[in-house]
Ligand binder design. Structure first.
Ligand SMILES: Cc1ncc(COP(=O)(O)O)c(C=O)c1O
Length: 307
């Protein structure tokens, strides 16, 4: 996706011009991958006002990722929350994708550089439907990847950690080059984990299943949102691991993520899922989700930070 240049970026405590937000080639994170980030969306709602969706939870996860990575972010959660709001206002955006990041800068190199400078930034930019409008409406085609999510003792899947994304990107690139829209990754035992950048749900006989957060998945905030909304709609949601063949035989499959929102999956490994179209349960939950994040459903005010 090409990024449209905007005005301002928040970095290390204040706003600077977009073009000045450059980084030295000896940036530690560029070399070794230890850094943490978030992906957050702000939407213009049905009432005409702009709200950032589940901002607190995203910033909490950023700080948890940093804790996992032994990165001591030199700002409070409140300061990073304020930075997200400030960057949206400075760029006069009424909807946006927000990318907070905390990483190790330049000046020292080597794996043991405990004194590497910690840099914190928040960037806002436009990002449409991550898996395409057509994907949102009609469903996407996926392939089960040979790349696996790593084991719990080393992959640290509860953190949103820069270096982790190598596995996801390799899986995604191979999926795209093979003519699919998205890759599905298994865990080290061969159970279904998640998409390269999304959590995954299946629907079977009216019950909704997704891997538990103790599995090798990111504890997605959209995943949590969907579970809550599905239960409000009186669906039974079971957090349990499932196999690839159980997924093939599901009535419906869908993916969730801040970027991907709620995207139906219509085909996996050349097998049609259910009717081969976006399923009824998926469509209902997708509609509810969009109504909560950008529509007129104000039932979850605590998820909204108006700017
Ligand atoms: C690997 C992975 N899983 C799941 C998700 C979905 O997480 P969330 O809903 O918090 O955006 C993402 C996106 O951040 C991701 O990168």
């Amino acid at each position: 996706m090409k990024i449209q240049k905007l005005d301002k970026i928040w970095i290390d405590g204040g706003l600077i011009d977009w073009d000045d937000a450059t980084e030295h080639v000896l940036c530690h994170t560029l070399h070794y991958g230890l850094g943490v980030f978030e992906g957050i969306r702000a939407y213009k709602r049905g009432n005409g006002k702009t709200a950032i969706f589940r901002l607190q939870e995203h910033i909490d996860r950023l700080f948890e990722s940093a804790l996992i990575c032994t990165i001591d972010i030199p700002y409070t959660r409140k300061e990073v929350i304020d930075a997200c709001i400030e960057v949206l206002r400075a760029n006069k955006m009424d909807s946006a994708y927000l990318r907070p990041i905390a990483y190790l800068g330049s000046g020292v190199l080597g794996l043991g550089s405990l004194d590497a400078p910690i840099r914190t930034a928040v960037v806002a930019f436009e990002w449409g439907a991550y898996l395409g409008e057509k994907g949102l409406n009609e469903g996407i085609r996926c392939v089960v990847s040979g790349y696996r999510r790593g084991t719990a003792d080393s992959f640290m899947s509860k953190g949103k950690i820069n270096g982790q994304y190598v596995t996801s990107i390799l899986a995604k690139r191979l999926a795209l080059k093979s003519g699919f829209d998205e890759a599905i990754l298994l865990d080290s035992e061969g159970m279904v984990a998640e998409g390269s950048g999304e959590n995954l749900f299946i629907v079977k006989d009216g019950t909704i299943y997704t891997a538990p957060t103790s599995a090798a998945v990111l504890a997605g905030i959209t995943r949590d949102t969907l579970i809550q909304l599905a239960r409000e709609e009186n669906y039974e949601v079971v957090e349990r691991k499932f196999t690839v063949d159980q997924m093939y035989c599901a009535d419906e499959v869908f993916m969730t993520g801040t970027a991907a929102e709620v995207t139906p999956v219509r085909e996996i490994d050349h097998r049609r899922i259910g009717s081969g179209k976006a399923g009824e349960v998926t469509k209902k939950l997708q509609k509810r989700y969009f109504n909560v994040v950008k529509g007129t459903d104000d039932g979850h005010e605590n998820w909204l930070t108006y700017i």
